[in-house]
Design a protein. Structure first.
Lengths: 440, 499
């Protein structure tokens, strides 16, 4: 019978091809980025947590080989399924560029096509999308550096906790020591023992055999003893991986998210605003582990809420935008001293507020908020019909117009509008791209 | 259930279609009994691995090998296969089998028990016998060594990446991949002996270094070659007689600019190309052999009452889709299906051997009517490749059944001409044309190194021997030449000359 065996590999670690995939993404980086930007224009934000199918020009990842020109010279081919042909028949060739005549030359693996299509996971997609985005001016004010520590590998030590044992080094040391101190090996002893048993089995041993037996017993005893002196593993052999704490510099930053949830904002507008913040939140979480995010929502009065409430609870009421700014300042005074924190504010509103309140907002911004903020982004949420009315940048709702006047004084102030879900991605990029920051 | 039916179902290897390891083993044993004792196959020991569909995709994208060095192109193939698979455009192969000793076959966990039986018969006995016995595989590949070689290759590439950076390694691998088709010895055997010498020498040196305990250096690929290596390489270059068909080999030895680790990378790509070369020449035979074997074994299992009617129906369904051959004017047509052609030819060898017609006696006097089809097939499997097999064994019956016809296409003409069909005047020509179609030499450009001015301006001259006026596709030609230039480091010229 032949030898065979089964191996169940289903539990083997997955993602064996991950390294190849990373190399592929790196290789086609430029094209993939372009494709991601392009797909964003057509993409709605509820897909934010899904992967994305993208198409890149196959030229960037072509694997050229020498090929024969399919349109030159003579060739013969044999095909199955003859119906009415007889030898000598002449058949007109289809016009150039038509489907026929490719056969095997145009390789079946899709290489011949102009584009290559595949799916990015959400992780990969967001990484690429956020890649060149940044909180503007984050480094300019290097105020209080939050010192945190991370542990990094730092060689080996002779003391440590058992979970850090470096087995390879330990066993190597032990092996060397055993060799140097001549520890009798198990196989050696087993050989002697086997001989001893043989001798024991002899019913009437002669003198030589008796002598040998005694010698063996003695020898084994000596070996036994030696093995006790020279253990298999000695505490001396043990090595541990050492980890040294290394300081990691982080910058303290806080992002205030102010959202209008008043009655004038329809469900659609609220939804747009929430989606924008969702993206912002995702961005901050991915790129800045240590950024604090403060969620403030307002109607005619403002309150600080947690993430869950901010995104998912419903509320309605009148509109006084300045309450949100006041609330923000209150929180800021309490917890985020401008001498220690980089302060960012993002405000979303439909631009309608109680009459006179827009002026009040501008005052608060001018006098208190802007001087302490690194960057202030105002996002106006519009109706699609309104977008047509306010096509020109100067016209807009109350708040927009008021901000428009004071904005030129503050380079770190940005305002922009969103009317459709598909505006969110480009607007987001506009607000946080590195270039925009330079310009700001 | 009647008593007879109950008795019958108790003899079944698997009464329902779920598989588990006990059933797999029992079925394997039943299959093996037929394969060895009836068909008389001779196989490597089998190692059968159960894998998930994701793992199958993994293996797929890297030449079907369980171990492969990292490269972006495998990532790309994986992304594409995954896309096709997930959207249902493409099923997965039922199995992958590796020409190694032991022979490794993958079974997918999603398969039904009948499919597992089919795959075991197909891969573990059909392909396995072919790998072990076909002269091309015996002469050109090293079934014992391939897995450890791939393991070495993977580690070596990883080390180079650590040492010299991903981009540098990618640059060399990309360029070498572009020349993979020109990286094989077609007409002479690879210089294996000196290779073995070299390995022995390298081992001796490694041992010496170990003794001197130069532990760190031993594991790093050398940056500069020492004098001994340099001299040895110079001698090897001198031994190469131009023209040289293996461009990668020539570059590996003679390139004026490559560092030792870069030469080693080129060599890895070249060795892998060489390993796959026999497979590319025996597609019809290899698949035909495996298909013939699984067909015989499954039918025999049914005849012995070891699998039920449901199982044999399911088997026939997938078997007939495997050997389905669409006509040339069918939208599904994409060339001749190697499974269909190989299986049809081998079945016909059996028919001719058992129940020959007058025509068969005339065409195949050496075995028609002798009944020893097992021996005829085993001889064919061992001593032929696709081209010669078709030339020798393609029968009028098969040509008629497939309704084969040959088309002559001259790019200068506005018409193509039917040059032969399946009639008594056409069989011989048809057979020659079809055989030529499987001659890789006819379909891959024949490009050789004809000159390298090693002492002067170091220009490398390649020559494409143009056959039947078929010149190179200019677009890919220029791209590949750019890669050649990267490896050679100096001017590269390509001539095209009518052969």
């Amino acid at each position: 019978m032949n030898h065979f065996h089964f191996i169940d590999r289903r539990k083997n670690p997955k993602g064996k091809s991950l390294g190849n995939r990373q190399r592929f993404l790196k290789r086609a980086r430029v094209q993939i980025k372009e494709a991601v930007q392009k797909s964003l224009r057509e993409r709605s934000i509820e897909d934010i947590d899904k992967g994305e199918k993208i198409t890149i020009p196959s030229k960037s990842t072509a694997e050229p080989r020498f090929r024969l020109n399919p349109d030159a010279g003579e060739r013969d081919a044999v095909h199955p399924g003859n119906k009415e042909f007889t030898p000598g028949d002449k058949i007109k060739k289809p016009p150039k560029g038509g489907g026929k005549g490719k056969g095997k030359d145009a390789s079946a693996d899709g290489e011949g096509e102009d584009s290559f299509q595949f799916t990015l996971t959400q992780e990969e997609f967001l990484d690429i999308f956020f890649e060149d985005l940044e909180l503007p001016n984050l480094v300019k004010r290097s105020l209080k550096e939050l010192k945190s520590t991370a542990y990094k590998r730092a060689g080996l030590t002779v003391a440590g906790s058992p979970n850090n044992i470096n087995l390879i080094r330990t066993m190597r040391n032990a092996h060397g020591r055993r060799l140097a101190l001549r520890r009798p090996s198990t196989s050696e002893m087993n050989a002697l023992k086997a001989r001893l048993f043989e001798l024991e089995a002899i019913a009437q041993p002669n003198d030589n055999e008796v002598a040998e037996k005694l010698r063996l017993v003695e020898q084994l005893q000596a070996m036994e003893q030696r093995r006790r002196y020279v253990p298999f593993i000695d505490p001396l052999d043990v090595r541990y991986n050492a980890y040294a704490p290394t300081p990691v510099e982080t910058t303290a930053a806080v992002m205030f998210c102010l959202m209008d949830v008043s009655g004038s904002m329809g469900e659609r507008e609220k939804d747009l605003a929430k989606r924008f913040y969702m993206l912002l939140h995702l961005f901050l979480k991915r790129r800045y582990e240590r950024v604090d995010v403060v969620f403030i929502r307002h109607t005619h009065h403002a309150e600080e809420v947690d993430e869950e409430t901010f995104f998912y609870s419903r509320q309605s009421g009148g509109t006084v935008v300045s309450t949100a700014l006041e609330k923000m300042l209150e929180v800021q005074r309490e917890r985020y001293s401008p001498s220690e924190w980089n302060i960012y504010v993002a405000q979303a509103s439909d631009g309608f507020t109680q009459s006179g309140d827009a002026q009040r907002c501008v005052e608060i911004l001018e006098e208190e908020v802007m001087p302490i903020s690194q960057y202030y982004a105002y996002i106006e949420i519009l109706d699609e019909r309104e977008l047509e009315v306010f096509s020109d940048a100067d016209s807009g709702a109350e708040l927009w117009r008021a901000y428009r006047i004071f904005a030129p004084k503050w380079p770190n102030f940005a305002q922009t509008r969103i009317a459709r879900p598909q505006d969110i991605f480009p607007v987001f990029r506009e607000l946080f791209s590195k270039d925009a920051k330079e310009a700001a | 259930m009647s008593a007879a039916a109950a008795e019958k179902s108790s003899a079944l290897l698997y009464p329902d279609n779920d598989w588990d390891f006990t059933r797999l083993k029992a079925t394997y044993n039943a299959i093996e009994d037929i394969a060895l004792n009836d068909l008389g196959l001779d196989v490597y020991p089998n190692q059968i691995e159960i894998i998930s569909s994701e793992q199958m995709l993994d293996a797929y994208s890297s030449h079907g090998m369980p171990l492969m060095y990292r490269h972006w192109s495998y990532g790309k193939h994986f992304a594409r296969d995954q896309q096709l698979y997930q959207r249902g455009y493409q099923g997965l192969a039922y199995e992958i089998v590796i020409n190694s000793d032991p022979c490794i076959a993958y079974l997918m966990e999603e398969n039904t028990m009948t499919m597992q039986a089919l795959v075991m018969a197909h891969a573990c006995f059909g392909h396995n016998h072919f790998f072990k016995n076909n002269y091309l595989f015996r002469q050109w590949t090293d079934a014992e060594g391939i897995l450890s070689y791939l393991d070495f290759a993977k580690k070596y590439v990883a080390k180079c990446e650590d040492e010299y950076g991903l981009d540098e390694v990618e640059r060399i691998l990309d360029a070498a991949h572009a020349l993979m088709d020109q990286g094989v010895f077609r007409y002479r055997r690879p210089p294996r002996l000196s290779e073995a010498d070299k390995v022995a020498r390298a081992a001796a040196r490694a041992e010496h270094e170990q003794k001197t305990f130069n532990d760190i250096w031993r594991t790093l690929p050398a940056v500069e070659e020492d004098d001994e290596d340099k001299e040895e390489r110079a001698n090897e270059v001198k031994d190469i007689k131009l023209p040289e068909e293996n461009i990668l080999y020539f570059i590996e030895k003679a390139s004026p600019v490559l560092k030792p680790w870069q030469r080693e990378l080129v060599r890895i790509v070249r060795n892998i190309a060489q390993y796959f070369y026999p497979q590319r020449q025996t597609k019809v035979m290899n698949e035909g052999c495996a298909t013939f074997v699984h067909h015989y074994i499954m039918n025999e299992l049914y005849a012995r009452g070891q699998i039920g009617e449901g199982a044999i129906m399911e088997f026939l369904h997938s078997h007939s889709s495997v050997v389905f051959q669409p006509d040339f004017d069918d939208p599904r047509y994409s060339g001749i299906n190697p499974y269909a052609l190989g299986f049809a030819m081998m079945e016909d060898i059996r028919r001719i051997s058992e129940r020959p017609t007058e025509e068969d006696r005339e065409w195949f006097p050496q075995f028609a009517g002798r009944g020893d089809w097992r021996a005829v097939l085993k001889d064919a499997w061992a001593n032929y490749r696709d081209e010669s097999f078709i030339l020798q064994y393609l029968s009028p019956t098969v040509m008629r059944n497939l309704r084969l016809f040959a088309v002559h296409d001259d790019s200068e003409e506005s018409h193509v001409e039917i040059s032969a069909i399946h009639n008594s005047g056409g069989f011989k020509r048809l057979r020659e044309k079809l055989a030529a179609q499987y001659d890789l030499g006819m379909h891959e450009p024949n490009i050789q190194v004809v000159a390298a001015d090693l002492d002067g301006d170091r220009m490398l001259t390649l020559r494409h021997a143009v056959h039947n006026g078929r010149t190179l596709d200019t677009k890919t030609r220029d791209d590949v030449l750019w890669h050649v230039h990267r490896l050679w480091g100096h001017k590269v010229k390509l001539e095209e000359e009518a052969a």
